[in-house]
Design a protein around this ligand. Sequence first.
Ligand code: NAD
Length: 278
Amino acid sequence: MTSIPDITLNNGQTIPQLGFGVFLIEPKDTATAVSRALKAGYRHIDTAEGYGNEAEVGEAIAKSGLDRGEVFVTSKLGNDAHEPDDARRAFDETLKALGTEYVDLFLIHWPLPDRYGGDFVQTWRVLEEVYRDGRARSIGVSNFQPRHLRRLHGEAEIIPAVNQIEVNPHLTQDELRGFCAEHQIAVEAWSPLGRGGVLAEPVIQSIANRAGKTPAQVVLRWHIQRGDIVFPKSVTPARIKENIDIFDFELPATDVEDITLLNKNERTGPDPDKFNGR
Ligand code: NAD
């Protein structure tokens, strides 16, 4: 079976560098997709309250025959639940839906610039509570910009273990990634394939032809060699297998650089400075 490297987070916990994302997988299709991923060797699932499929993720893990400790599970706080009491309730509901006593990682999904008076620190304190009581083994943020992270550095007791941000060859995020590296915050790259939009790039196609791999495998390998954590999404059995089969080859440094040069600072998803979660 494919051996997936672990990344050690700033609190000593480890996370498999490659996982399986379930955004935009219909609840009715989620248990099947997650079961296929677990059979293919994935041991890290990335879900969120907002994806509406936490229960189906939990169902697939329960049915897999794997011990709970063998699968790393991430979920995220809903955008409507940033008030502290709502956040506490939402976290309880996440655990209930997943059918588990703890999550491996719990994130604030979006900073939400114009809601809750811009006060994500009060929300972060609830994440610190669930970290301290052991129900979240690690806590982190998603879509946070340097100024949000600086504010947590100044006001919070616990530094986020990860920042989950959009990264792909058209949005390489090197400045924000550099900031995270300086502050010992691991980067998780969401939409690592740019939802498929980067795969037709001639540079990527030609590297794939030379390596005898697919464009998706080359792009995922690029992320891995840059040190980021990824969790591509697919419901197609062949692609689920293809996306994990990336640990038997290495890109030369020049290929990594050539792919990085495709950057256009172009997002596929919302801009965290404008997105208010609705
Ligand atoms: P992705 O970049 O993983 O792209 C998925 C799409 O790429 C698939 O729907 C399919 O069309 C295509 N694809 C997948 N494998 C392929 C292959 N081998 N060959 C060709 N095409 C292939 O995009 P995503 O699902 O948006 O992101 C992955 C995960 O990141 C999500 O499932 C979710 O867990 C996470 N995410 C987080 C946030 C956030 O705000 N924190 C936002 C979006 C996504």
